[in-house]
Design a protein around this ligand. Structure first.
Ligand code: IPE
Ligand code: IPE
Ligand code: MG
Length: 236
């Protein structure tokens, strides 16, 4: 048996779900749940990446989340701006590099500007990568990658026989290692169009805890569960 350090996942992904229900259970507006979730994210992100895990991907806003009320979408977009321009100071100080995955359209210009600035400010950081999936869809990512591949092929930049799992990955929004551990909070047992390509062989842990309450202790329990799994990758 390898020691724990060797078995540490390289890439952890979290579907941060249940903010609305966390708030409703307490008689608050749904927006309070998003605010509390944003605080949990900063603390948890630092905790996870400090363990030596290379990449943490988090689902912050799906392409489908634009179906929500204008009030909720506006609240979330303004909260993202606050997070990226003012709140995520500790994360930056800890040396974490922040990157984003998703489509730029139809995000507002002020949101895009805050995202670009956050990426720019942290681009030379080396203590782990926080990949924030915002206006992200897994199927959309595969469609966008296919378009880039077709473009490169048309321009004679790509030889189709060279296409394999690794080279395909370079056409995704971010070239990241496969997801080892995927966690979804709030009790829902589905993927909701998250990182379809990257989770081909990830171990999945589902917990009933709502995201704002998903703290260090809850993460450690998910990691313990991960260590118990026997990853076979199709072998025996
Ligand atoms: C996750 O919490 C955050 C986003 C999808 C933006 P929800 O807002 O989905 O919370 P529930 O699932 O309604 O409780
Ligand atoms: C998935 O949660 C998206 C995020 C966590 C950002 P949803 O709450 O949107 O997922 P469904 O609608 O319950 O599948
Ligand atoms: Mg939800």
């Amino acid at each position: 048996m390898n020691n724990v350090e060797d078995r540490l996942p390289k890439h952890v992904a979290i579907i941060m779900d249940g903010n609305g229900r966390w708030a409703q259970k307490r008689g608050y507006q749904r927006s309070m749940g998003h605010l509390e979730g944003s605080k949990t994210l900063e603390k948890l992100g630092i905790y996870i990446l400090k363990k030596g895990i290379d990449v943490l991907s988090v689902f912050a806003f799906s392409t489908e989340n634009f179906k929500r009320s204008k009030e909720e979408v506006d609240y979330l977009m303004n909260l993202f701006i606050e997070m990226f321009t003012k709140k995520f100071k500790k994360l930056q100080k800890e040396g974490i590099k922040v990157v984003f995955s998703g489509r730029r359209k139809p995000l507002r210009d002020d949101v895009l500007k805050a995202m670009d600035e956050m990426e720019e400010k942290t681009k030379n950081n080396t203590k782990g990568i926080l990949n924030i999936c915002l206006n992200y869809g897994g199927q959309e990512e595969l469609i966008d990658a296919s378009c880039k591949i077709a473009e490169d092929y048309k321009n004679g930049k790509l030889d189709l026989v060279s296409l394999n799992k690794e080279s395909f990955s370079k056409y995704l929004y971010r070239d990241l290692p496969p997801i080892d551990l995927l966690i979804r909070t709030s009790g829902e047992l589905r993927i909701s169009n998250f990182m379809l390509y990257q989770m081909a062989y990830s171990e999945m842990v589902f917990t009933d805890v709502y995201f704002p309450d998903f703290k260090e202790k809850e993460f450690d329990a998910a990691l313990e569960e991960y260590y118990k799994r026997n990853r076979r990758f199709g072998g025996n």
